[in-house]
Structures are given as structure tokens and as C-alpha cells.
Design a protein around this ligand. Structure first.
Ligand SMILES: [Zn+2]
Length: 94
């Protein structure tokens, strides 16, 4: 007889922090953050930050963030990417 069932799906979806060099796994009780980018609303890249919400967390493109430090790193990446693409556009002369 087998005790326990390792094949059973976890009781909640499995989330890993999107922060650079983090990779922490979320426990059900952790109060994490969500970040995502969208260009739809204001016609340029906007970074969104929200407190954890199970429905939002499951949307495609949502980043799961364990804490302030990782949120700051992701924000810095986002800003860097924008700067880079602006500089590229200037360099290409368009
Ligand atoms: Zn993290």
C-alpha cells in the first residue's frame, strides 16, 4: 500500500519568482506581488505592479515577484530595456 500520493497536483498553482537570480518558490501563505507590462492602454510600455491576486497571477505575461527587492530589480530591467531601445532608435536615425 502506498502512503501519500506524489502524483497529485499541488493544491495551488506553482509559482516561481521572476526576479533576476531569485527563483524562489511561492508558499500558499506568502504575500507576493505581481508585475506585468502592457503597451495597450497608453500606447507605450507601462509597468504595472499590484499586490497578489490569484486570478491576475494566472494571466499570461504576469510576473510573480517575491518581494520589494525583486520588484526593484525587475523595474530596473524594464527601465534599462526602454532606454536601450530608445538609444537604438536614435542610432538608427529613425
Ligand atoms: Zn524574488
Amino acid at each position: 500500500m502506498k502512503i501519500g500520493n506524489s502524483e497529485a497536483a499541488p493544491p495551488y498553482p506553482f509559482y516561481r519568482c521572476a526576479g533576476p537570480n531569485c527563483g524562489q518558490l511561492k508558499n500558499a501563505s506568502d504575500r507576493w506581488w505581481l508585475m506585468w507590462t502592457s503597451i495597450a492602454e497608453f500606447k507605450q510600455p507601462v509597468l504595472y505592479l499590484s499586490s497578489w491576486d490569484d486570478d491576475l497571477a494566472q494571466l499570461e505575461g504576469t510576473l510573480h515577484v517575491c518581494g520589494e527587492l525583486c520588484a526593484q530589480k525587475l523595474q530596473s530591467q524594464f527601465m534599462g530595456n526602454i532606454r536601450e531601445s530608445q538609444l537604438r532608435r536614435i542610432a538608427e536615425g529613425s
